[in-house]
Write a protein that binds this ligand. Structure first.
Ligand code: ATP
Ligand code: MG
Length: 206
């Protein structure tokens, strides 16, 4: 059974069409990457999939009770500063200290619980965001440009981590990414947007 299905979905802001005739579904455990130029509607599509934006027409169906771990492209945390990593992790849902500690270790920032969020490097921050999403034990992770601003080694190690996490936790991953060479090596499927789905399929086909 699919986790999420979009059926002939169109998305608009006001009267401006952003995406039309969007059809796809996401199956348990697969990695799907959405690519497309700036402004093509990638973030809007993710917002629609989590239910934060209603389609103008068409239907989005989610498996009943689907647990989604969503990390937006821009997270407004400035208002919460100063904030420790531990406190940040517990903002959406409370977890035991042991669970939080274990998760930070798992994503490669062991012992960071008492660090200030504002003091983290870009790559460390992305790992903390991933930890927070994973603490909800998601069936699908949705990450909107999680490696923006990272250098090449940072990008490579983030994707390696993502692959490890996916294998150990068995979740599906829906990514928005411009890291094309990584997309080609890690995704099961690529969806290319530009007003509509221009193409979708395995990386070699796309
Ligand atoms: P990027 O690669 O730059 O992140 P994107 O593919 O994620 O781009 P979106 O953020 O989904 O693009 O935006 C798609 C279009 O919708 C853009 O033209 C954007 O200006 C517009 N848009 C996004 N959010 C809103 C909003 N809340 N109100 C009106 N227009 C919006
Ligand atoms: Mg975007």
């Amino acid at each position: 059974m699919s986790l999420i299905t979009a059926k002939d979905v169109s998305l608009k802001y006001g009267t401006t069409p952003i995406l039309e005739h969007v059809d796809f579904s996401i199956e348990p455990g697969e990695i799907v990457t959405v690519i497309g130029p700036n402004g093509s509607g990638k973030s809007t599509l993710l917002r629609a999939l989590i239910g934060a934006k209603q389609p103008a027409t068409g239907q989005i169906t989610r498996k009943a009770g689907l647990r989604i771990g969503y990390v937006p492209q821009r997270l407004m945390v400035e208002g919460h500063m100063p904030l420790t990593v531990r406190r940040f992790l517990s903002l959406p849902v409370r977890h035991s200290d042991a669970e939080a500690r274990e998760m930070l270790e798992r994503v490669g920032v062991a012992g960071f619980g008492e660090r200030q969020l504002a003091d983290l490097s870009g790559g460390q921050f992305q790992r903390v965001l991933l930890a927070r999403a994973l603490l909800g034990n998601p069936e699908i992770l949705m990450l909107d440009e999680p490696t923006q601003g990272l250098d090449q080694p940072g990008i490579a190690s983030f994707y390696q981590l993502l692959e490890e996490v996916r294998q150990s936790m068995g979740c599906a991953v829906l990514l928005v990414s411009h890291d094309l060479h990584v997309v080609m090596s890690t995704s099961d499927r690529v969806i290319c947007l530009n007003g509509h789905i221009c193409c979708q399929g395995t990386p070699s086909v796309v």
